[in-house]
Ligand binder design. Structure first.
Ligand code: BGC
Length: 772
């Protein structure tokens, strides 16, 4: 009995020895990743680098990496996004609900110019991720607002790379403080939605480095994101995600990124090229992509070394993820009350007061005649990956009522009836174009607004006119009836203004938009103009906080509001195609081979170069409606340079900010640099933002000091000829200002010797860039 038992045991052990895998089965730890990889089958490795659609554990989460039980590898879950956790709120056969907090959209966060606030929001989103079993949040999106027409601007931060990079770093620090990772996206130069999956961005290296990659560089250096998401578009002829110079040489080499790179969902076409470029995880993957990666390894187009390197970076992400802890059990119950408070405070801080004549705002409790279909059709957030399934949104009407600003019932009733009358038609239209594209379908305005306004005069103290816009991932804005207000909206503002002004009452225009819109032609008719953006689920309360003065506005624009669309530097090279011409604008002209048929759709010439946003308007003296960095307060401030300290690496400037008005408020101090102008110096914008700081709440008459630091390296421009960052020697003028056009207070600093920092990567092609 005893001997036969031993024989049987031998019989079990022997075949394994013969197969050469007698190594002790290992379970993944932080220190044995290579050993675990050595025990993985080819299929397991492929499963680790190619996704498999949406998560089945956290319903609605965009992707995951699979569990391999025998090696102790847990599944990790990826979920969007920039305004909160995007998962299904309900699960079949489950009574529990999985709503998430809808935080203010990215543009609002950036408009706070307050890294502390952004970090607090990031921390709250990271905490909800942890509560719901999400390991990686697919955010922040930091593509530059190249045009006010980009449909995803609400998911992005603004037009300046330093402001974008610092905001992103704060957001990442917040999320990752929970042990949850981020996917910094979309790498890179992905600035339009039309044909986003295939459009070829034609760009020079200097512009790419200084404008479109700088924010990534700052965020990577300051916050070490766990993952980066490569983008859909092509860059100078090849897909961003298939381009080794971009992903390996530039992102990992020059920018120093150490983590895992995943593709955007469905990006690229050549799976071997995607892995060989340096991506570690193809999302959303699927059986076909897995098969093609497996095939490519078998026939040698992907080397085992390359595959193992990708698997290793995926496992490095896994071992630092919440699910790697066997004790981790998601609570499934976020602290919604606390998160709502954080969301409300951030949304209020990002609101930008554009006009406030005769101290129209703030308001005491009063009766408000609330005009505009958008007032009763409030938009908390755009659609797509940045959407959030919230249990409740405090819209404008609810927010106003909570604050004692009572919407006049006659006007309210008229709009409710007006919207109800179009409900079916709107729903049919939305259905016809699909959920995301439906975002741009808006109800019309009331035709006879004059009589409504006259009738409301008696029962109201002030009129609000609300103009709303919405958009979604996959679609861009258009100029007419979108960036430009349509004639009914203009008529609405002008008529209400005339009628209310005649009666000695004031008019406030509220913008519930996701990006800059035209304001110059109608703003004089308003006593106050407030850019409320899309403030998330607490947006109505946050706006009421600002309107009543519970919060003194301190948001500043992170993008220029141009006088007219034609002034936008990218306007000659940005698609202007009316919505309705194609069923899915993301794939407008998608083709596996690059196509160069249609300008701005198949290929996009970034001919404005580094002159994006205020760099263009300031340098060329083009008048703007509201400059970058602009925003009013209910108080006034004086800024004074208090001390200048030259350090080994740069200069520290202490600025004293004094509240010279009557209420407590916060100021944003901005520091711009003007480079030396000599015959040999580089062509540079007249001003570039180099640092900023936000004060705390300063009481009337009190002061606060903030310190702004600029390093020598921060003055550098990218010189393509030597593939280097070069800080030219000479005298730089630093200006402490309230916005990009404010003359401010200037001082000079001298850089005595040139400094050159060579880069390794360069991406093809040089030479002929723009296709005419
Ligand atoms: C978007 C990404 C998003 C991903 C997963 C893509 O369509 O471009 O931003 O993270 O989907 O939802």
């Amino acid at each position: 009995m005893k001997s036969s038992h031993i024989l049987m045991a031998l019989a079990v052990v022997l075949p394994v020895t013969v197969a050469g895998a007698a190594k002790k089965p290992v379970k993944l730890t932080k220190d044995n990743i290579d050993q675990v990889i050595s025990q993985m089958t080819l299929q397991e490795k492929v499963d680790m680098v190619v996704g498999n659609g949406r998560s089945k554990i956290v319903n609605g989460a965009a992707g995951y990496t699979p569990e391999i039980e025998r090696l102790g590898i847990p599944s990790t879950i990826f979920s969007d996004g920039p305004s909160g956790i995007l998962i299904d709120a309900r699960r079949p056969g489950d009574d529990h609900t999985y709503y998430a907090t809808g935080f203010p959209t990215a543009t609002v966060l950036a408009s706070t110019w307050n890294p502390e606030t952004v970090e607090a929001v990031g921390a709250a989103i990271g905490r909800e991720a942890l509560d719901y079993g999400v390991d990686v949040v697919l955010a922040p999106g930091i593509n530059i607002h190249r045009s006010p027409l980009c449909g995803r601007n609400f998911e992005y931060y603004g037009e300046d790379p330093l402001q974008v990079g610092k905001t992103a770093a704060a957001f990442i620090r917040g999320i990752q403080s929970n042990g949850v990772g981020v996917a910094l996206k979309h790498f890179a130069i992905n600035n339009q939605e039309l044909n986003r999956c295939a459009a070829d961005v034609r760009i020079d290296q200097r512009t790419a480095r200084e404008i479109y990659l700088k924010g990534f560089e700052i965020a990577i250096k300051e916050a070490s994101p766990k993952t980066v998401m490569s983008s859909y578009n092509r860059i100078n002829g090849s897909f961003a995600c298939e381009n080794r110079a971009m992903i390996t040489d530039l992102l990992r080499g020059d920018l120093g990124f150490k983590g895992m790179v995943m593709t955007d969902w469905g990006a690229g076409v050549d799976n071997a090229a995607i892995i060989n470029a340096g991506n570690d995880n193809i999302q959303s993957g699927g059986a076909k992509r897995k098969k093609s990666v497996l095939q490519a390894v078998e026939d040698g187009r992907i080397s085992m070394e390359t595959l193992d390197a990708a698997v290793k970076r995926v496992l490095e992400m896994v071992v630092t993820s919440p699910h790697f802890d066997p004790q981790y059990v998601p609570s499934q119950s976020p602290d919604f009350e606390r998160n709502a408070r954080i969301a409300r405070a951030a949304a209020a801080e990002g609101i930008v007061l554009l006009e406030n004549h005769g101290r129209t705002l703030p308001l005491k409790p009063c009766r408000v005649a609330l005009f505009g279909s958008a007032a009763y059709n409030w938009t908390p957030c755009g659609l797509g990956a940045a959407d959030v399934h919230t249990s409740h949104t405090v819209d404008l009407v609810e927010g106003l009522e909570n604050a004692g600003l009572w919407p006049e019932s006659g006007v309210k009733k008229a709009y409710k009836a007006h919207l109800e009358g179009q409900r079916e038609q709107i729903e049919t239209l939305k259905k016809a174009v699909g959920h995301w594209r439906g975002a741009s379908v808006r109800p019309s305005e009331i035709a006879d607004v004059e009589n409504l306004a006259k009738a409301s005069l008696e029962n109201s103290d002030i009129a609000f006119v609300v103009i709303g816009r919405n958009t979604a991932e996959g679609i861009d804005h258009v100029v007419d009836n979108d960036f430009n207000l349509n004639k009914d909206e203009i008529n609405l503002i002008l008529s209400v203004s005339e009628i209310y002004h005649k009666a000695g009452k004031k008019v406030v225009v509220i913008l519930n938009t996701c990006s800059a819109v035209e304001t110059a032609s109608w703003r004089d008719a308003a006593d106050a103009v407030v850019e409320a953006w899309q403030g998330g689920q607490q947006g109505g309360n946050a706006l009421a906080d600002v309107l009543t003065g519970a919060v003194n506005p301190s948001g500043r624009l992170t993008m220029t509001f141009p006088v007219k669309y034609g002034d936008v530097p990218s306007a000659p090279n940005f698609p202007v195609v009316a919505v309705g011409t194609t069923s899915n604008p993301s794939f407008y002209n998608f083709d596996e081979k690059p196509r160069y048929d249609i300008k701005d759709i198949d290929y996009v010439n970034y001919e404005e170069g580094i002159y994006v946003g205020y760099r263009h308007y300031c340098t060329r003296g083009v008048k703007t409606a509201y400059p970058f960095g602009y925003g009013l307060s209910y108080t006034t401030f004086e800024r004074k340079v208090d001390a200048v300290e030259v350090t080994a690496d740069g200069v520290k400037i202490t600025v004293e900010v004094k509240n010279t008005g009557g209420v407590a408020g916060r100021e944003v101090v901005q520091l711009y640099a003007s480079a030396p102008q000599t015959a040999t110096s580089l062509d540079k914008p007249s001003r570039e933002l180099k640092a900023f700081a936000k004060t705390g709440l300063i009481a009337p008459g009190a002061s606060e000091k903030v310190v702004l630091e600029v390093l020598k390296d921060d003055f550098a421009s990218f010189v393509e000829a030597c593939n280097s960052w070069v800080t030219e020697a000479g005298t730089y003028i630093l200006t402490v200002a309230a916005n990009a056009e404010d003359p401010g207070e200037s001082l000079e600093v001298r850089v005595s010797t040139e400094r050159v920092r060579p880069c390794k990567a360069s991406f093809a092609p040089k030479g002929r860039l723009y296709i005419k």
